[in-house]
Write a protein that binds this ligand. Structure first.
Ligand SMILES: NC(=O)c1ccc[n+]([C@@H]2O[C@H](COP(=O)([O-])OP(=O)(O)OC[C@H]3O[C@@H](n4cnc5c(N)ncnc54)[C@H](O)[C@@H]3O)[C@@H](O)[C@H]2O)c1
Length: 358
């Protein structure tokens, strides 16, 4: 078992991120020391429900928990007001009250939505995160951010609601489609780029057998999750340190928007990381060979291999929108070295235009 204690900012308490193969079978025992209400609503999406819910529910019930299942349609559209209202009413209809806990069993969508509802239902009920995508294991389930989308923008409404436990079972990933694995791998590599060059090299050399080797997969998830945990512990709200997690995302978000969300998130972020590596050569003294190494290992992982089919003007215009929100300055997370990131303000648009993927 690998474990990280994440201190709660401003409080003398912490929650644990626990990573172990087969943990899904022992959730009841994991919850036992947490002093939670015995009634638990497991929120998931229809895909995860079909593949994994029966096993998880059976384990919880066998361990003495009164566990109920609620499933929402898969996909980003479930992070909506409509779904918040539907879930809340379903909770009430099935007898949930203030002595109820919610468990998010799924990817980042389920985690964000369930966290949002948990933070509001009866002014807040306990939340347990059981992530089932690689992205959620190393990123979305840690840090207490919750969100839903509005037609105007993604993640526009959100709260901070820290989980009582993040229970990571890498075996959930056996059923995860390759495209979703890549989305998560982009975030693993991001963590390596900003804080852990060793993790980058591990993924580069061991990458091909990553999803076949239980120990290796647990180690990679643990190292990436630990980086996220350390960063959010330092800085719960969106301060400077937390902004390091945006490496590759400034341009990544612009690419996603310019492609009308046809480009997968992981690929968009990977292209954003390639551009950020190139900017780092110009602006933060990243050695050319480290820049090349970074690009090479992204490609080796199956990311940023072919140019996205988006017009450069559309990307720059999407970046411009971002720029307005940040007081007229383009802000990028850049690298001094692989594993050492910093925030750079005032990056000239002209330079960004030069490093756009094409
Ligand atoms: N709160 C945060 O700090 C934070 C951080 C990063 C991302 N996010 C959010 O996370 C979301 C993306 O999360 P995601 O990439 O996990 O996407 P997701 O939750 O949509 O899951 C991707 C797909 O994989 C399926 N799936 C999940 N687990 C599976 C499994 N084990 N086997 C087979 N299929 C499985 C889902 O049904 C879905 O179709 C976005 O909404 C993003 O805004 C939040």
């Amino acid at each position: 078992m690998r474990e990280i204690a994440v201190p709660l900012p401003g409080r003398d308490a912490s929650y644990r991120v626990r990573v172990q193969s087969g943990l899904r079978h022992r959730l009841a025992a994991e919850l036992a020391p947490l002093d939670l209400p015995r009634r638990l609503f497991v929120v998931t999406d229809h895909n995860v429900a079909r593949l994994h819910a029966r096993e998880v529910l059976a384990g919880l019930k066998a361990g003495g928990w009164e566990a109920h299942l609620l499933a929402v349609p898969p996909g980003e559209r479930s992070k909506s007001w409509r779904q918040v209202a539907a879930l809340t009413r379903e909770l009430l209809a099935r007898g949930a009250d203030r002595s109820t806990a919610l468990m998010a069993l799924g990817g980042g969508v389920v985690g964000d939505l369930t966290g949002f509802v948990a933070s509001l239902f009866m002014r807040g009920v306990p939340l347990i995160q059981v992530p089932t995508t690689l992205l959620a294991m190393v990123d979305a389930s840690i840090g207490g951010k919750t969100a839903i989308n509005l037609p105007e923008a993604k993640n526009l409404l959100g709260t901070f609601h820290q989980p009582r436990l993040v229970a990571v079972d890498p075996e959930f990933l056996h059923t995860l489609p390759p495209r979703e694995r890549l989305n998560g791998l982009a975030e693993v590599l991001k963590a390596g780029f900003i804080r852990d060059a060793g993790l980058l090299r591990m993924v580069e050399t061991e990458g091909p057998r990553l999803f076949q080797d239980r120990e290796l997969l647990s180690e990679v998830i643990f190292r990436a999750a630990a980086i996220k945990a350390r960063i959010v512990a330092a800085d719960e709200r969106e301060g400077d340190v937390r902004r390091l997690l945006n490496f590759g995302h400034t341009l990544g978000h612009a690419l996603e928007a310019a492609s009308r969300f046809r480009l997968p998130h992981g690929q968009a972020v990977a292209h954003g990381m390639v551009a950020a590596l190139q900017l780092s050569r110009h602006l933060t003294g990243l050695a050319p060979e480290s820049c090349d190494e970074g690009i090479r290992l992204l490609r080796k992982a199956g990311l940023a291999r072919k140019p996205p089919r988006v017009a450069p003007e559309a990307v720059l215009s999407a970046l411009g929108h971002d720029k307005k929100r940040q007081a007229g300055e383009l802000v990028f997370v850049l690298l001094r070295d692989l594993g050492a990131a910093e925030i750079v303000t005032g990056v000239p648009l002209r330079l960004v235009a030069e490093v756009l993927p094409r």
